[in-house]
Design a protein around this ligand. Structure first.
Ligand code: ZN
Length: 400
């Protein structure tokens, strides 16, 4: 049985202990000590790391009443000295109690239950039992930060079951027995927890929600606490600075600038549409005038040096108001070959899909559509002429 020194003083960083057992597993050494400051992984809080007699501790976990330290190599002595990676431990305490602060405020303000706290690297996440609006989460975040500025002592207590049932935001299981470890910050949170926490709310430093997503009928909230929150804000600020420089404005003008740019793009697109329409219209008319007969239709076969937008535009010009035309169109550009085959949408007797498939097979492309309009991309290739010839042959065999 390992004595849990980490519950005695949350701020101790070094300790002496005796090795009770040491076993090799796959080149690593599983060590049980009579006492330890290393917190094992559990309850969403990752384990402590550090070293024992200078040997790296790779993992710490609980096995029954023992705490197993996984070490990179064998310990020589029986009496050993352990040192925590304090930076890591302190950040984990900030993250864990930061989560308590937000969860406590969500409960106090909105009666929202949270569950499944996980600390994963820089991120802490919690799940709520019902969906919650971002504004309500941010209100709880503001309250959590006010609790940080108030620097309220964080206490660990072992109260009566009656008190726990009356005050805790989360109840212990029906069959739970005393003593139950309660982590409390007066006026903010009161909850059963086995994790390690800073000794006052101020040490959390900052709680910042970074994203929210829907999750199993509730919400999953991601937050950053303490130093991780600072690092996140620092990286956001650096990205914002780049955007400010690109857009030549302050961060509070970025959305306005984006709206202006979007308007300009919209206007340019409309101008481009009108120009292309004027440019392509006489070409479309010439194509129809010179088209060969195909059954009762006119076959327009045409290859453009253009992308899909202009191929589609040409297709509309040829077929939207002309029930006579069957179009076999291809556009070539650096993206590849874009094909559009089809006819007026009410020409029930025409099905271009067989011809389209023939062409796509030769072009090793992908696409599809309806009997009156099939579209897709093929690889840019010198077999396009034979692909179109094969498609036209197929149409000639089928269209009466
Ligand atoms: Zn906890």
């Amino acid at each position: 049985m390992t004595a849990k020194l980490y519950y005695e003083d949350l701020y101790d960083r070094e300790f002496d202990a005796e090795v009770l057992s040491q076993e090799e597993h796959d080149g690593k050494y599983h060590v049980i000590l009579n006492r330890t400051l290393f917190y094992p992984s559990g309850g969403g809080q990752p384990c402590d790391l550090g070293s024992i007699d200078g040997i790296d501790v790779l993992d710490v976990h609980e096995e029954g009443k023992d705490i197993v330290h996984v070490l990179a190599s064998r310990l020589e002595g029986v009496n050993v000295h352990g040192i925590l990676d304090w930076e890591r431990r302190f950040e984990l305490m900030q993250q864990h109690f930061g989560e308590h602060l937000l969860a406590g405020c969500l409960w106090n303000l909105h009666q929202i239950h949270t569950d499944r706290m996980r600390i994963e690297g820089e991120n802490v996440s919690i799940d709520t039992d019902k969906p919650i609006a971002l504004d309500a989460i941010l209100e709880a975040e503001a309250e959590a930060n006010r609790a940080i500025w108030a620097d309220i002592p964080v206490e660990v207590i072992y109260p009566s079951m009656d008190e726990i049932r009356e005050r805790a935001r989360k109840l212990p299981p029906e069959d739970a027995e005393l003593p139950i470890r309660i982590v409390k910050a007066e006026g903010v949170d009161y909850v059963p927890c086995c994790g390690l926490h800073v000794s006052s709310t101020g040490q959390v430093g900052l709680v910042k929600v970074t994203s929210v997503e829907n999750h199993k009928g509730g919400s999953r909230i991601y937050l950053r606490c303490g130093k991780a929150a600072y690092r996140w804000l620092d990286s956001v600020y650096r990205e914002l600075r780049k955007a400010e420089a690109e857009l030549v404005c302050g961060y509070d003008g970025i959305n306005e600038k984006i709206a202006i740019l979007k308007g300009q793009i919209h206007d340019l697109k409309a101008q481009n549409d009108a120009t292309m329409e004027r440019f392509l219209k006489p070409i479309a008319e010439n194509l129809v005038a010179g088209a060969e007969a195909l059954g009762g239709y006119k076959l327009v076969r045409h290859v453009m040096q253009a992308g899909q937008d202009d191929v589609k535009r040409m297709f509309r010009l040829l077929t939207a108001n002309n029930r006579e035309v069957i179009a076999v169109l291809a556009g070539e550009n650096s993206d590849g070959v874009f094909l559009t085959f089809g006819t007026h949408k009410e020409n029930k007797g025409v099905d271009v899909r067989g011809a389209f498939r023939k062409a796509m097979e030769i072009l090793e492309g992908r696409g599809g559509g309806s009997p009156v309009c099939a579209q897709g991309w093929g690889k840019k290739s010198d077999v396009m002429e034979s692909a179109l010839a094969s498609a036209v042959l197929e149409l000639k065999n089928n269209v009466k």
